[in-house]
Write a protein that binds this ligand. Sequence first.
Ligand code: PEP
Ligand code: MN
Length: 355
Amino acid sequence: MEMTFESILLPGVDAKRPLVIAGPCSAESEEQVLTTGRALAAQGVKIFRAGIWKPRTKPGGFEGVGMIGLPWLQKLKAETGMYTAVEVATKAHVEAALAFGVDILWIGARTTANPFAMQEIADTLQGHDLPVLIKNPVNPDVELWVGGIERIYRAGIHKLGVIHRGFSSADKTIYRNVPNWHIAIELRRRFPNLPIICDPSHIGGRRDLIQPLSQQAMDLGFDGLIIESHCNPDEAWSDAKQQVTPDALKEILSSLVIRDTVKTTEDLVDLRHQIDEIDDKILEILAKRMRISGEVANYKKEHAMPVLQAGRYDEILTKRSEQGSALGMSPEFVKEVFEAIHAESVRKQIEIINK
Ligand code: PEP
Ligand code: MN
């Protein structure tokens, strides 16, 4: 679906990278909202985030203060001029946020993947014109993310942005949610004008990962950062481990190196030519490998052998990832490449054998 996005920048918000949204995971009390918000405003943060309704994995945890928190945000806005942003997941949330003058809405990761909830939010937003930020779904699936974006776009909301907050994974990693940067990069490829805001707090799940993740997001050309900040992070009612004080946030932001040069030098053009040539060769070699694998299939067919020989598969993966690692590449990357090549090869062999 063809989509033309409008700018999410509100009056007075700087167009220069990164666009910063900061504030606590959850609004807890008027005092906490005002203390945190004032400190952030003093640093020039223009958009304040706070969860009012919290989606929790298990019932019984702190599920947000609810409606009573919205006047606290209004008060912060009146006092500091900051814009406010909250998460919405239902019609009632959207209506309440609109009634209390919330400026920006975001849709949480658990909601993006739910077409019924997205439709309900889209229907409630009809006729309104505020920016909406759509978090990636918890599943590492770009189509689910795009589907959520399209649903909101169809409601006439064209001030859209996305938040990259990482993905669930069965593998144990240092991250709370694995970044899978390539999924956000794929979204950028499809929609170059759709702003991408990185959420290093929910990707990392740990204070010490926020700076490096933010730098990485900036290096990838992302537009903004949404970072959880709390006046007393250790005592936070949700996500305590990943929240930073407004002072720590200031340090993180000032440490970031923003590389914004758009000029392409001759050297870069030459390097890109070299890469294009290598990519041509990689494709030719892959095609050749597939042809030979077709010959293997014919041999197996003649000799009534099964397509898959587990020992051979294991040998390819183990040997190649060791070899790749000796060549300075990550073994996981090499394994992934060979898994993909092998899968295609098996698919093709099965096709030939059944002909
Ligand atoms: C949040 O931003 O506090 C939140 C709940 O995020 P997510 O939907 O990414 O889990
Ligand atoms: Mn949180």
